[in-house]
Write a protein that binds this ligand. Structure first.
Ligand SMILES: NC(=O)c1ccc[n+]([C@@H]2O[C@H](COP(=O)([O-])OP(=O)(O)OC[C@H]3O[C@@H](n4cnc5c(N)ncnc54)[C@H](O)[C@@H]3O)[C@@H](O)[C@H]2O)c1
Length: 438
């Protein structure tokens, strides 16, 4: 099948490469010429494990191509996938300009029947707007469908090739057939494909993200309570996570969730709810709890130093919003950097993949080191924000020799408070009793 994927970011590039891996003939389009030029050279514009191999193999086989022109990619395609961004508008709603522009351009390039499917996360009712935008620019027959994406950055290739489920929202059998063919590579039996009406599919994506975010904010609030009452949230997590009705995923207390999806999708869902005049009190609280949580660690650092950070050098490990990605959109690290700088600290950061994005966004607001321990030289404290594997088991003797102060702030509860104490460090986690050096 010939497929055009419009938008070649975290979702579009993975989906395009994934569809080509299933044997389809895929053209990925992006309006960013630098991105397309680098992909044509075989260079990845994003960090995503397993993606370079997938792209290189399929490009070499001639099944995966890149262009800046929708007019080149769409003619002859049976499936056109919209995978452009839907950032937050000022009022919290999802900005649909990119989606509707793409729809219009796809419509203008159609040469025969095609299914146009929205993979971008879009509010309920967007399919109607997409249909209208296409209809205004073509006389060709077409179907519109929704196919929300559930991949997670850092494991996106696996998630796309072996998804827990593929949701197809459509009211049209012909479109269902095309989408089933497109995903035939996912599972021979096809039992992971769920077909539903378009509005339910659109809402399912927001419901999934809101549910996951709810678990995180719930644990973060409980972590704050645990600290006050002398309990350890890590023990509580294991205690409740072993209940099969609850499950052990997404129960980690930390320094708040960020990324390109949860925060903006919660805002968009709340906006939809306001417009429908249906209060979503739980989701509203989840968002507020997260905003609060993103400040907790920074406040703790400032309090530890008695409110004064001028002359203090703070090392930060992990800047991406989560491990295994270079994505820093709404990363809790950005909140921490702002807080510590406002308090007068000088900052040195380390991240295995996100340094270039931090440099592009923050300039010299934070110095960046090439390896983790270099960031800690003469540091008065070390803060962990993103639990990359390489940062989970620090060499405490090495840290002790390089750092000026002996304080660890563990924003992900991955370090051992007992080991830290033994090595002479004061340790602060999230929802765990703070411990002073022995
Ligand atoms: N990133 C994730 O983990 C994830 C997961 C599931 C769903 N989503 C959703 O998928 C969508 C895309 O997210 P992303 O993270 O891939 O975004 P992104 O910002 O990484 O990529 C979007 C790309 O679309 C391009 N673009 C914009 N307008 C275009 C046009 N008219 N023609 C061609 N290209 C155009 C941009 O240049 C950019 O490269 C969003 O709605 C997001 O909410 C993202």
């Amino acid at each position: 099948m010939k497929i055009a994927v419009v938008g070649t970011g975290y979702v579009g590039l993975v989906a395009g490469a994934g569809f080509s891996e299933f044997g389809h003939d895929v053209t990925c389009v992006d309006i960013d010429p630098t991105r397309i030029a680098s992909l044509k050279r075989g260079e990845m514009p994003i960090h995503e494990p397993g993606l370079p191999e997938l792209v290189h193999r399929n490009a070499k086989l001639g099944r995966l191509q890149f262009t800046t022109s929708i007019a080149d990619a769409v003619p002859g395609a049976q499936l056109c996938v919209i995978a452009v961004g839907t950032p937050s508008a000022a009022d919290g709603s999802a900005e649909l300009n990119y989606v509707l522009d793409a729809a219009k351009q796809i419509g203008a390039a159609l040469t025969g029947y095609a299914v146009i499917v929205t993979k971008s996360t879009v509010p309920v009712g967007t399919a109607d707007k997409v249909r209208a935008a296409i209809a205004a620019s073509t006389k060709q027959p077409f179907s519109v469908a929704s196919n929300p994406e559930f991949l997670k950055e850092g494991d996106a290739v696996n998630d796309f090739l072996k998804p827990a489920r593929v949701i197809i929202g459509t009211d049209d059998d012909r479109a269902t057939g095309v989408l089933r063919d497109a995903y035939a590579g996912v599972m021979r039996t096809g039992e992971r494909i769920q077909v539903m009406d378009i509005r339910s599919a659109e809402l399912t994506k927001y419901a999934a993200n809101a549910m996951l975010a709810t678990r995180i904010s719930f644990m973060n609030e409980l972590a704050r309570l645990a600290e006050q009452v002398g309990a350890d949230i890590e023990k509580v997590r294991v205690g409740i996570g072993s209940d099969p009705r609850i499950g052990n995923k997404f129960l980690f207390a930390g320094c708040g969730f960020g990324g390109s999806c949860f925060p903006k999708d919660l805002r968009a869902l709340l906006h939809t709810a306001r417009e429908a005049d249906v209060p979503l009190n739980v989701v509203d609280a989840v968002e507020r709890a997260n905003e609060r949580q993103k400040h907790v660690l920074g406040e703790r650092v400032v309090a530890h130093f008695g409110g004064k950070l001028s002359g203090k050098r703070i090392a930060i490990w992990g800047l991406a919003f989560k491990p295994e990605t270079d994505d820093i959109r709404e990363s809790p690290a950005l909140t921490l950097i702002e807080q510590l700088r406002a308090a007068g600290a000088s900052l040195v950061g380390y991240d295995p993949a996100a340094a270039a994005n931090i440099r592009a966004q923050l300039g010299d607001a934070i110095a960046l080191a090439d390896e983790p321990y270099a960031a800690t030289d003469q540091a008065d404290a070390l803060v962990l924000i993103t639990e990359w594997h390489e940062l989970r088991h620090p060499d405490l003797a090495k840290l002790g020799a390089r750092m000026r102060g002996k304080v660890l702030f563990d924003g992900r509860n991955v370090w051992s408070p007992a080991d830290a104490r033994k090595a002479g460090f004061a340790y602060y986690g999230i929802g765990r009793p703070a411990s002073q050096a022995q």
